[in-house]
Each structure stands twice: as C-alpha cells, then as structure tokens.
Design a protein around this ligand. Structure first.
Ligand SMILES: [Ca+2]
Ligand SMILES: [Ca+2]
Length: 316
C-alpha cells in the first residue's frame, strides 16, 4: 500500500511538472534584423518570460556581451502584460556587429520550468549590412511607417498584445510590431499597430530594401495562443499615391484579388475557400474574405466572388 501511495505521489509530481512545462504553439521566427540587432518571436501556451542565448560564429556563448529586451517596445507597459498573458513571446538583442553571423536559442521560462528551442544546434542569423537613408521625395511609395489594425474574433475588441509579422518580396526577414492599447494617436483606431518598413533589409545585398509603390506586403497577425483568435493572413498593397514618409494607410487590392497580385484566380479562390464558413466571432474568421460585408463568409459571397473570377488589372 505504501508503495502504491508513493508511486501515486511520484506520478502526480511528474504529471504536475509535465503540465507546467511551456509548449510552443508557433515556432520561433527571426525578425526585425538590423545592422545592430535582431529579434525572435514565438507563441507559447502559457504566460511566460522570453529570452535568447546568443552565440558567436565559433559557437561561444556571448549572451552577456549584449543588451537584451523581453517584449521589446512594450517594456513596463500594460500592453506587455497583455502580450505575456497571450503567450506572445518576443526577445531582442542589440549591440551586435553589422553583417556578422551569430546564432541563438530561445528560452521560455515559466516558473521553475524552462523550455529551450531548438533542442539541437542553434539557429543561425546574419545581421544586416547597412542602413541607407531614403529620400522620400524621390521615391514615391517610399519606405515608411505602416499602420494596421488587429481585432479579436468579434472584430471590435482590440487584440492587444498580438504581434503582426510583415514581410515584403526580397526582404531577408519580416518586421514586427505589437498591437498596443489603441490609445496611440487620438484613440480613434483601436487595435492599432505601427510597423517600421525602414527595418526591411534586402536578402540579396543586406542593405536597406527599397520599397516601390504598389508592392504587396504579406501580414500575419499572430493573435497569441487562442484567447484572441487564430493567426490571420492578410495581403496589402502599398499606396501608389503616397509621396511622403508620413504615416500612411496602405491600400487593399481589388476586393476579390485577395493576394493583391493583380489577378483574380485560383490563388485567391484557395484563400477564400480556406476561410469559407467562418463568421464574425469565430477564431478563424478573416474579414478580407467577407465580400458582401455581412460578417460571414458563405454562399452569398460566392455570388460576389464568382463573377470576378478570371479578371485582371486594371479592374476599373
Ligand atoms: Ca490574386
Ligand atoms: Ca459575406
């Protein structure tokens, strides 16, 4: 009997430990790579603390040589609590040398438990080469700040603490930003997120990536580990009319050209059918696919999408 009780206690202890270990909901992504630093973003099932172990090209642990920030940009704010509770992890390292290879592992600390990713060799990252200042007056479209809104599935409550990953063609890594409290600006735009496109660097040259007007950005809204909804995919075209480096609202493509590539075809149909049957309030509901504006993606939208199928630019 004693032995049975002991076994039960050991089992209970083991189960407790197993339950406490944080689990990855989304694998880490390298982002916001500049000449002097990089970030890594990932999603865990629990409110935890993110950090990075950094190695030099020879594999030596050089973490202590650099400045590191958990939840960069949110430090000490209410939004940091929202990001943490959503499992929306991000850690940033600064003070690195330009155009230099480092590697890293991600640590997720929850109480006495620490999850290390990856289990094997660390992940390699090369810092960007150089930042070039772009003359916005000469470059319509320009590198710019870019704003976007992210909501919970009800499409009205800001998905605070979510993270948006923004990737451009030719960029080495995406840029990211957390969704704040909606009080940035005049407070009229809840779920507001601001992405700095100046931090996009070319995969080919390592230098600042020049963005042309009409370029299509791919946005992934990582809404944490469930409470704020699933991850959503959006495409947005840079405003061809923008001639300034001021905050701008990028234009969505023609409504049925969901991936903004200038044609309504099988690629758009695949996106659309992937979101079919979802309605406002559902974790996977993507308002981009609601073509008639009734907050549900269903048969009624087929009637709007199908006549557009096969069309291409210019749509007007
Ligand atoms: Ca398309
Ligand atoms: Ca609809």
């Amino acid at each position: 009997m004693k032995r049975l009780v002991f076994a039960a206690l050991v089992l209970a202890g083991w189960c407790g430990a197993a339950q406490a270990m944080p689990v990855l909901v989304r694998e880490p992504v390298v982002c916001d790579v500049t000449p002097r630093g990089f970030s890594v973003a990932w999603v865990t099932d629990k409110a935890a603390e993110p950090s990075l172990t950094v190695y030099d090209a020879q594999g030596a642990d050089v973490t202590g040589l650099f400045t590191q920030t958990a939840f960069p940009g949110l430090s000490g704010s209410e939004a940091m609590g929202w990001a943490r509770s959503a499992g929306m992890m991000k850690a940033r390292v600064e003070g690195l040398a330009p155009n230099t290879v480092y590697s890293f592992k991600c640590k997720t600390v929850f109480g006495s438990e620490t999850l290390v990713w990856p289990e094997g060799a660390p992940v390699t990252v090369r810092t960007a080469g150089s930042a070039e200042v772009q003359d916005a007056a000469l470059a319509p479209g320009a590198n710019d700040l870019f704003h976007f809104q992210v909501f919970r599935p009800d499409m009205s409550t800001p998905a605070r603490g979510s993270l948006v990953l923004c990737q451009a063609p030719g960029a080495a890594h995406p840029v990211t930003a957390y969704v704040g409290d909606g009080s940035a600006g005049d407070g009229a735009e809840p779920g507001y997120v601001v992405l700095d496109l100046n931090n996009l660097y070319s995969a080919a040259t390592g230098k600042t990536l020049w963005l042309d007007a009409g370029l299509v950005l791919t946005l992934r809204a990582l809404r944490g580990n469930g409470a704020m909804g699933d991850e959503l995919l959006h495409y947005r075209k840079l405003d061809p009319q923008s001639h300034t480096a001021a905050l701008s609202t990028p234009k969505k493509g023609f409504f049925a050209d969901l991936n903004c590539d200038g044609a309504v075809n099988l690629l758009d149909a695949a996106l659309y059918t992937g979101g079919w049957g979802e309605s406002q309030g559902d974790a996977r509901y993507n308002p981009d696919y609601d073509m008639n504006g009734d907050h549900v993606v269903n048969q009624a939208d087929n009637g709007v999408f199908t006549p557009q199928y096969g069309r291409s630019e210019p749509f007007q």
